[in-house]
Write a protein that binds this ligand. Structure first.
Ligand SMILES: Nc1nc2c(ncn2[C@@H]2O[C@H](COP(=O)(O)OP(=O)(O)O)[C@@H](O)[C@H]2O)c(=O)[nH]1
Ligand SMILES: [Mg+2]
Length: 335
């Protein structure tokens, strides 16, 4: 998501006052009766300063997407990354300042018009002081929006019409290998709050549907019970997106995690997500202790035996994925 560039209060004020001076200089060259001149010029300065500053703030509001109108996944994402309430408060602050500046413009324009010419300059200066004070009051809001802009850059580009598959499983079970095998192109890498590596999104186009596969290093690869609130929120965001979860076991245990622990993670994922889960037993080329493996295979529904690095079983996985619905069913307005 690209948010507009956010100025500092000083930049806003500089711009407003500089443009006001220019406008007054321009007005000076026009024909104005002598007795009116000082008042006209000061009024021009106040009005121009107010308009320029107000327009700049309005532009920020206009170019910031309305959070409530975004798909639920993005709302969750923004909430985890920067906080939706804080974001709304900052935008509210900007809105407030526009109202106050509009009021100041009206007040001081009419006061200058009604004042004796020798008082015009003092009134303009008073108006500038008030404008500066309003703009300085939104400093924390501007700061926050600048922080939000930095944090919401490189948000994952999600295709809300595609069947969305989220990959889970311990580190080194073969998630990245599988993602690359299923989707031909290099996966797109995007930021994801509270994962260090960023998420990978791969796309697969079939004749009649598109499938996107998301790998989230650091999020679905360790016991969920260890997670903090924010990590859990990041997981909920994924849940809103996923049509199906692909849980990957390393049948060979060469990843370093015994099947027992892998099975516990699988049970947690099943418990927390309401989304259907497909189980894959990967690295079948290395698995030799069939009896031992059988114990876990028999505990899951419709397991698939694959070898991601050899491409074995990959067409069958794609066929399974095609059975699932697509993103449209997942999008609902946030209650
Ligand atoms: N022998 C074998 N190795 C595999 C297979 N799938 C993945 N690997 C290897 O396992 C290691 C970890 O794979 P990776 O995809 O990075 O796992 P991730 O951490 O879950 O993303 C890499 O060295 C892969 O080459 C497989 O089916 N068979
Ligand atoms: Mg990986």
């Amino acid at each position: 998501m690209i948010l507009p560039t956010i100025p500092t209060p000083d930049e806003l004020l500089d711009k407003g006052f500089r443009r006001a001076k220019k406008a007054a200089n321009l007005a000076r060259t026009t024909k104005i009766p002598r007795y009116k001149k000082a008042k006209v010029l000061e009024e021009t300065r106040v009005k121009t300063a107010c308009q320029v500053i107000r327009d700049r703030i309005q532009m920020i509001l206009d170019r910031t997407p309305n959070i409530e109108e975004l798909p639920e996944f993005y709302q969750d994402y923004i909430d985890v990354a920067v906080g939706v309430d804080d974001m709304k408060q900052a935008l509210g602050g900007l809105n407030w300042s526009i109202g106050i500046i509009t009021q100041l413009e009206k007040d001081y324009a009419s006061r200058i018009r009604r004042s004796p010419p020798e008082k015009a300059s003092a009134l303009r200066s008073q108006a500038y002081g008030r404008i500066a004070s309003v703009v300085n009051k939104i400093e924390k809001d501007l700061d926050f929006l600048d922080f939000a802009k930095a944090n919401l850059r490189n948000m994952p580009t999600v295709d809300f019409d595609a069947t969305t598959v989220v990959i889970a499983g311990f580190p080194n079970v073969g998630k990245s290998t599988l993602l690359r095998q299923i989707t031909s192109a290099e996966p797109e890498v995007a930021n994801y709050p509270f994962t260090t590596k960023g998420i990978q999104i791969g796309h697969l186009k079939r004749r009649w549907k598109s499938i996107q596969i998301i790998d989230t290093p650091g999020l679905l690869d360790r016991p969920i019970l260890d997670m903090n609130d924010i990590e859990l929120k990041a997981m909920v965001a994924l849940e809103h997106l996923a049509n199906v979860i692909l849980f990957i076991f390393d049948a060979s245990e060469t990843c370093g995690y015994p099947l027992e622990s892998q099975f516990n993670l699988y049970e947690e994922v099943k418990r927390i997500f309401k989304t259907p889960v497909i189980c894959l037993f990967n690295k079948m080329d290395l698995a030799d202790n069939v009896k031992y493996l059988e114990k876990y295979i028999s505990k899951v529904e419709q397991p698939m035996m694959v070898s991601a690095s050899q491409g074995m079983g990959v067409p069958e996985i794609i066929e399974r994925l095609e059975e699932f619905g697509d993103g449209k069913e997942k999008i609902r307005p946030k209650s």
